[in-house]
Design a protein around this ligand. Structure first.
Ligand code: HEM
Length: 474
């Protein structure tokens, strides 16, 4: 069959789902599940002349992730007018392609190379201790608020060489609001081709966030000599040799701060939540933590419970739930032909729940990692290929020190009857309501609580008491 006759515009070639593009932003995972169920391994969703191709087969995902020349990265967010704050904020690595991407990635990656990572341990340790000193037995704490604040501070200290809690909170809040509005307006524009009525608000939030980032730059310039942190490297490249321009500097800082603190906070929240709801796993992890010293507790040892728990958390509730690309030129994807400009979407959440790779895929079973070894395209919480997350080693190391410290200091239970909701916002699987936990002494009396909310449609925690069991116990 010739390339012309295989055009995606022929619905016989790539099955057309009955889902509409405008369904997607409300609940991306439910929409992808529907599309996969209806159409199989590749499908298109369309509306009003706009289309996205969804790819589910890991072999096709491999092609998309590895061929960065034809499958370009692109923000789904609105880019904004040429000289706007919105344009500058979206100018980070995720918008760059080709030589520009390679050159900037090399520069930004320097402080995240493996040998630099242990230097960040003491900062993670200090900031986690400070958070835990505020917690008292009997408190109810919202994991979302606590861990997001912790990660904002850690990210600011590690990435930018500055621990100014107020400034990192202010940038964090502004980033959060901006990310959420990007989700709504970006998808609305993609579907209807017109700007939504929230566009003006988005531009205002972008201007506000940029102002705060410029405050950070000014404070850093005034506070001390530039060092080896990523902000110093970027500022040197901007000021002295001019290899990055003003707009790229703002874009890199925005992406690094958002990508680093939100994803890591969400992974910590989902891990603590799933552990609190899985008493028998928690007992085994606790025994391991008790028999090792903090120095011995490295969660990158594949035989440890810590390693399996974290890997399984990033499988069941991956902080990055889907990724997207655009075809920079016409391309054959497996047996299909995609014209230039086609949007391609693929999902970690969907891939991590394929039953032929993961038995009982919705169940949280850390022990499965003893006998499975998926390929990098069957399990990719940090992406894969030339755009794989540059912060993965740092994120794993910091989570591997923060989690044991929390779990050794307190026992956590989810507040009974809490409604815990989650949704995908700008590709990230995030809590959309608080995740309240009760703080107990570390007495080993682990127990799950009955809860409600949309989280129950995303992960199956078999030890959670049903309403009937609770009534019986009462
Ligand atoms: C658990 C935590 C994290 C998760 C789950 C995560 C996930 C991801 C994923 C899936 C990608 C690939 C995006 C794509 O292919 O389109 C990515 C890219 C990226 N991540 Fe992370 N990330 C995490 C932590 C971090 C940290 C700590 C940093 C900063 C130090 C960071 C900075 C970046 C950057 C700059 C990119 C873009 C790379 C490029 O386009 O070349 N991430 N991340």
């Amino acid at each position: 069959m010739s390339a012309e006759t295989k055009s995606i515009y022929s619905p016989r070639e790539i099955p057309l789902s009955s889902a509409r593009l405008s369904d997607f932003p409300n609940n991306p995972i439910a929409c992808l599940q529907q599309v996969h169920e209806e159409c199989g391994e590749i499908a298109q969703i369309q509306e009003d002349g706009s289309k996205i191709v969804c790819v589910f087969d890991p072999k096709l995902i491999q092609q998309v992730l590895t061929d960065s020349q034809r499958f370009h990265s692109h923000f789904f967010a609105l880019r904004g007018a040429k000289k706007s704050s919105q344009r500058r904020l979206t100018n980070g690595l995720l918008t760059m392609n080709g030589d520009e991407h390679r050159q900037h990635r090399r520069m930004v990656m320097k402080p995240f190379a493996l040998p630099s990572i242990p230097a960040y341990d003491s900062i993670a340790e200090r900031l986690t201790s400070e958070m835990l000193e505020e917690w008292q037995v009997g408190d109810v704490r919202d994991l979302d608020a606590e861990l997001t604040t912790l990660m904002r501070r850690l990210t600011s200290a590690v990435l930018f060489g500055m621990d100014y809690p107020e400034l990192s909170e202010a940038i964090g809040h502004a980033t959060d609001r901006w990310v959420r509005l990007n989700h709504d307006t970006g998808m609305a524009a993609y579907v209807s081709g017109s700007f939504s009525d929230q566009y003006e608000e988005l531009l205002q939030l972008a201007a506000d966030l940029e102002e705060r980032i410029r405050d950070l730059l000014q404070k850093r310039r005034q506070s001390k000599e530039l060092g080896q942190d990523v902000l110093s490297i970027l500022m040197q490249a901007h000021g002295r040799d001019g290899s990055i321009d003003d707009s790229q500097l703002i874009g890199h800082i925005t992406l690094l701060f958002g990508a680093a603190h939100l994803t890591t906070a969400h992974t910590l929240i989902w891990t603590l939540f799933q552990l609190a709801q899985s008493p028998s796993i928690m007992r085994q992890l606790d025994a391991e933590l008790e028999s090792t010293t903090p120095e011995e507790r490295t969660w990158d040892d594949k035989t440890s419970w810590g390693y399996r728990v974290l890997r399984e958390s990033m499988r069941t509730l991956p902080a990055s739930a889907y990724l997207q690309r655009f075809c920079s030129e016409p391309v054959d994807l497996g047996a299909y032909h995609l014209p230039a400009g086609t949007g391609v979407l693929f999902s970690q959440y969907m891939t991590h729940h394929r039953p032929e790779i993961y038995e009982a895929p919705y169940e949280y079973r850390p022990e499965r990692w003893d006998h499975i070894s998926p390929t990098p395209y069957q399990y990719f919480p940090f992406g894969a290929g030339p755009r794989m997350c540059i912060g993965a080693p740092m994120a794993m190391r910091s989570m591997g020190s923060i989690l044991p410290k929390i779990l050794r200091t307190f026992r956590l239970t989810v507040v009974p009857d809490a409604e815990i909701n989650a949704n995908v916002i700008s590709t990230m699987l995030a809590p959309t309501t608080p995740v309240p936990v009760q703080v107990h002494a570390p007495d080993g009396q682990f127990s799950a609580s009955r809860i409600t909310g949309s989280i129950l449609s995303l992960v199956d925690l078999p030890e959670m008491p049903s309403l009937g069991a609770l009534r019986k116990a009462a």
